[in-house]
Design a protein around this ligand. Sequence first.
Ligand SMILES: Nc1ncnc2c1ncn2[C@@H]1O[C@H](COP(=O)(O)OP(=O)(O)OP(=O)(O)O)[C@@H](O)[C@H]1O
Ligand SMILES: [Mg+2]
Length: 395
Amino acid sequence: MRLIINTGKGGVGKTSVSVATARRCADMGYRTIVMSTDSAHSLADSMDIELPSTITNICPNLDALEIDIITEMKTRWDDIQDYIIDFMSSQGVQGLSAEEMAILPGMEMIAALMYILDFKKNDRYDVVVMDTAPTAETLRLMSFPDVSQWYADRLFGIVKRLMSLARMTVGKLIDFPLPSKDVLGSIQRIKDQMSEAKDILEDSEHTTVRLVVNPERMVISETKRAYAYLCLYNKNVECLIVNRVMPKDAGEYFGDKLLEQEKHLEYIHHAFDPMKMLYSEQMPTELVGWDALNRLADNLYGDGDPSEVYSSRSPMRFESDESTYRIVLDIPFAEKSQVELYRTKDDSVIVQVGGQKRNIGLPAVLSHTRMAGAELKNHELVITFRREEDGSDQR
Ligand SMILES: Nc1ncnc2c1ncn2[C@@H]1O[C@H](COP(=O)(O)OP(=O)(O)OP(=O)(O)O)[C@@H](O)[C@H]1O
Ligand SMILES: [Mg+2]
């Protein structure tokens, strides 16, 4: 199953590109679904149709799904939701606000990942195209060192916070329900499923991220940051989709703008080389409906296959020779001063780039080694480990 995740700054064209890509895949005969994790859904608007919050067939080979987290909570996680609602009501919060408070951040993504697991297990689709919320949201999911761990910690953390809040409330010392075995079991199940989902997300042969960008300064800056962070989290960013490129014959009125655009395009080329780039023009009309979306797909893919994996290189690699092991991690655009590194007692290495941190669990083979050095060169961070000499070296 091919999974294409389109992300990028707000308004750059993620939804339009996702729908156009999915439709082209479907027309080529692939069983395809386009799904959106953005709570401000616009798949339906883009296709100019109505969409319920369940998987809906759009045309031959093409399904669509806008994940509605309220529906998902009610069907998928009803026991957890009931517990949180019970808890809230024991604290005097009732009705709709309790229901809303039961929705935790990032849940759309978790629900999306569960669908993806299900699609893969049942071989339901050849291609899944995921339209996401603007970068920050998506990075939040990608950045969890271990999604499942994050999820469980977060949920348990919230429950604990609520518990201590309850303790502080005079007269309500033990006046709240404790999570039942079933609820805790459900949380554990989510944890297990998330760890399977992590494997799918990091499978660089089948799962790739495409960064949608416009030739504008601020968009480019955010895209560079996103690229670096996605590499840090071991996601295969295989392609840059440069959308809304003004055609060269846009007219005299756009003269200065065209010159500016030329500079930005050159910069993008230089900065992201050798990444695969696909271009689409600024269309004269709004991109709504199949005619316009087909034009976008023609622009991007011509006669090509949109599901092609342009590069299956994983940003993180393990290498070894007789006495040393190396973790090689692509970190594009990062300066030495932005990268920090330390080894923890529980055999993982924490790499911090700017504001983002990744905890890399070390394979068992590295457990009797010491970190012998690290070097950032040509956008690659190489961390070297040496085997402990008997009794002589200390970590
Ligand atoms: N190549 C293009 N030519 C003309 N209009 C475009 C092009 N690409 C996108 N648009 C228009 O720009 C607007 C934003 O596009 P779209 O909704 O696809 O972006 P998005 O990245 O999904 O936005 P959001 O971050 O809000 O989800 C839409 O009105 C769309 O029709
Ligand atoms: Mg969108």
